[in-house]
Design a protein. Structure first.
Length: 424
């Protein structure tokens, strides 16, 4: 069985791109990509921060506001019933897109950050001082800081799976890091800073052998492929809508059913209860138990449109296309004198993080923007790994999506050459 369900850079077969996957057709679905910025055609290479939205998503949100806007679950009127049906249909779409066993395993949240905070707050109530949480050195701050908060609150111990100098997790160290006090392993599926695809299936296998549950931060997983939580074997999987061509402010936490039944609520309020008196509260069953208050209804509806669209794509052809983008960008950038790529794992999504001797990433980013090229510069919310890999001032990160083209790669390489000539 393959470990990750996001395809890890298969051999490039250019024939796969003939007809099966037409990037021009894909691009046409994204209005924001059809613009000029600073007088140049936009080259959008900041997809790990957020993705652009296809028309189907924009229209789904627009349609909801124009025709169906109402609060959910509590109304007997027609609009409320329509809104509720669409919101619950979105939950079913998330279930299907993650291949969860049952729809009750999907909790809507604001995004991955809230999903991990939910687990830390709720699962955290089962923990005692001295209990251990194991994360990795490759994590985004969203999968570090919530555990720090728990350490400050109850004195848990945070242990870290090391990362090698090319940006891969050192799994040989994992078994020895799991102790009888280890309560949870929390790792990302794909590193946002380096693009490394982590062997989450293997991590789950090792964790299961020790009886330890696993949380996967999937923020960067779905944007690059198909995810199957049952096949991965994780207990929790977190995703964000805006990373996967859907709206901001909505995402989902998958939690295996037994957890949802035993974990306490995360926040209190309306919609998560069955009965309330001044003496006692009876909570609603999951997933409602974890969804206090009015949720991001339009966000969930937009997310449904995004995920349905995503599910209909040819992911084998996309894997070949993304591998070609990564290989071409890596080779072209490496030719630039003094340029060092940070993160050269064997299995990567098309993310290229780099530094150039004698220059600051922000200066390069500003010069690229003048050419209409959007990249992210800085620490990418992953300070520990960038520090370890010697990029203390951060990196320039070009993160591609399947709507990017080889022309985008060429424009990037040209503009970095130019920035290099101006700055050094
Ligand atoms: N984890 C990873 C790997 C990410 O890339 C991000 C966002 O960049 C997050 C977590 C946080 O996601 P969000 O800001 O959508 O909550």
């Amino acid at each position: 069985m393959s470990s990750a369900l996001i395809s890890p850079a298969p051999a490039i077969d250019p024939a796969m791109n003939n007809g099966a996957f037409d990037v021009a057709v894909i691009r046409a679905a994204f209005p924001a990509l059809q613009q000029t910025v600073n007088g140049k055609p936009l080259v959008y290479l900041d997809n790990a921060a957020t993705t652009q939205k296809p028309l189907v998503v924009i229209e789904a949100v627009n349609q909801f506001y124009r025709h169906d806007n109402a609060n959910i679950h509590r109304g007997v009127h027609t609009l409320s019933a329509r809104a509720t049906d669409q919101y619950e249909a979105a939950r079913e779409q998330v279930r299907s897109s993650l291949n969860a066993a049952v729809v009750e395993e999907i909790v809507f949240v604001r995004g991955v950050t809230e999903a991990i905070n939910l687990v830390a707050a709720s699962f955290g109530q089962r923990l005692n001082a001295g209990d251990e949480i194991l994360i990795s050195a490759l994590e985004h701050h969203a999968n570090i800081v919530p555990w720090h908060l728990l350490r400050e609150r109850i004195g848990i111990v945070l242990n870290v799976i090391p990362v090698t100098d090319i940006g891969e997790l050192d799994l040989s160290a994992l078994p020895a890091l799991i102790s009888p006090r280890t309560q949870l392993i929390a790792v990302n599926h794909v590193s946002n800073a380096l693009g490394t695809i982590n062997p989450v299936w293997e991590i789950c296998q090792i964790a299961q052998a020790h009886g330890v549950p696993v949380l996967v931060d999937g923020a960067q997983g779905l944007p690059h492929g198909v995810v199957d939580v049952q096949s991965i074997g994780c207990d929790f999987y977190a995703m964000s809508g805006h990373k996967v061509f859907g709206p901001s402010g909505v995402g989902a936490l998958y939690a295996r059913r037994p957890w949802l039944d035993v974990l306490p609520p995360y926040q209190g309020g309306g919609d998560m209860i069955e009965t309330v008196s001044f003496d006692a509260v009876r909570y609603a069953p999951a997933p409602a138990k974890f969804e206090a208050g009015t949720p991001n209804i339009e966000g969930a509806i937009g997310l449904k449109a995004a995920l349905a669209w995503h599910a209909a794509l040819d992911w084998q052809a996309i894997a070949a296309h993304e591998a070609q983008l990564l290989a071409t960008a890596t080779t072209g950038l490496r030719d630039i004198p003094g340029l060092r790529i940070i993160g050269e794992a064997a299995n990567k999504v098309p993310v290229v993080s780099f530094v150039i001797d004698g220059t600051h990433p922000h200066d390069i980013g500003t010069l690229l923007d003048a050419q209409g090229i959007a990249v992210r510069t800085g620490q990418h919310c992953a300070m520990p790994v960038l520090k370890q890999l010697g990029a203390v001032s951060g990196t320039v990160r070009a993160s591609f999506a399947f709507y990017n083209t080889l022309d985008d790669v060429a424009a990037l390489i040209r503009a970095v050459h130019r920035a290099h000539a101006l700055l050094t």
